[in-house]
Ligand binder design. Structure first.
Ligand code: 13P
Ligand code: SF4
Length: 319
């Protein structure tokens, strides 16, 4: 109602006053995605968020997503102030890859090129040779394999296993998973496909192998949104966080979008696949961080400089 409209207007005004731009991930609330669009910010996947924030002239980046996204922005743009609606928004991949254990794992495999997913802490990135996101994971693995490199892949075992199957690269995997994508169920998806034989299946590669095996398209969030628009199919079954439906409906307004089934929920449940940490971002905490400057992201300089090497390689490779 009127109160929400006032909050939206106040946020728009503060973004201007504070020379700030809103950088949002597809999985956050549609309200925030709309605000980012309306104010010249961006709504995108984790790679494009990193690139956009780095290239944008604003002196403050407000990152609506999870902590690693704020940290990546700070690693790339130390001169900018990076704020987040909350600093409590974690990621199960990041949490499941503590620095000490990760460093010990790397020490056990000194002959391997260390590739880490962007969904990691700055400390883990500091130890890595390359950072990747899902949109370039396959290409980078192919590139490194062609150079004869053996890989250590962390932390997402499903993504790592997917790139191993696709490229035939020699890969050692960290045992981590995304709490959202790990829940998609192959048998239930097969049943749903049988009900909708005309549908195409779109799957994010953080999903289990048996789910990926049923996909017509496997890709990052941006790649899935693009596929939704470009595919000739009128019905799409989508295995990724339900936050994506805001953008997917925009990109493919004439299509029927169906959520892929997760464990323990019905196939029609609207938000069974939704990241609890992404959901912590809202209009009210966004407003309060803009008003108070609270929730600023800091990365220790010695760590940042090391993490920049592997993170910059990600941007250079993606060019
Ligand atoms: P992408 O947006 O890079 O596909 O990553 C998905 C994700 O899990 C972010 O939390
Ligand atoms: Fe992490 Fe999964 Fe949430 Fe993305 S959706 S932030 S990978 S837990």
């Amino acid at each position: 109602g009127a109160e929400l409209e006032a909050v939206r207007e106040r946020i728009k005004q503060l973004l201007k006053e504070k020379d700030a731009v809103l950088v949002a991930h597809y999985y956050v609330d549609g309200e925030l995605q709309r605000l980012a669009e309306d104010t010249g910010g961006c709504v995108s996947d984790s790679l494009d968020m990193a690139r956009f924030g780095h290239e944008h002239p604003a002196s403050t980046l407000v990152v609506a997503g999870v902590r690693f996204m704020g940290e990546t922005a700070k690693i790339l743009s130390p001169e900018k102030r990076v704020l987040m609606p909350t600093l409590e928004a974690e990621c199960s991949l990041d949490l499941g890859c503590p620095t000490d254990q990760f460093n010990a794992f790397c020490d056990e495999h000194p002959d391997r090129t260390v590739v880490v997913y962007s969904n990691t802490s700055a400390e883990v990135k500091a130890r890595a040779d390359y950072v990747v996101t899902s949109s370039i994971a396959l290409k980078l693995a192919e590139h490194l394999k062609a150079q004869g490199k053996k890989l250590l892949w962390a932390p997402d075992k499903h993504l790592g296993d997917y790139i191993r199957r696709q490229t035939g690269a020699d890969v050692v995997l960290w045992d981590g998973a995304c709490v959202v994508h790990d829940e998609f169920k192959a048998q239930a998806l097969r049943d749903l496909k049988a009900e909708h034989p005309e549908a195409a299946v779109l799957v994010h590669p953080e999903s289990p192998a048996a789910v990926i095996a049923l996909a017509d398209v496997v890709g990052s969030t941006t790649q899935l949104v693009r596929a939704a628009a470009e595919l000739p199919h009128k019905t799409l079954i989508v295995a990724t966080d339900s936050g994506i439906f805001y953008k997917m409906h925009q990109a493919a307004p004439d299509k029927t979008l169906i959520e892929a089934p997760t464990g323990g929920h019905s196939a029609t449940c609207r938000s069974c696949a939704h990241c609890p940490w992404m959901a912590m971002n809202g209009l009210h905490n966004l407003l309060s961080t803009l008003e108070t400057g609270a929730n600023e992201v800091h990365v220790e300089e010695a760590v940042r400089v090391k993490a920049l090497r592997s993170t910059q390689r990600m941007l250079d490779f993606a060019r």
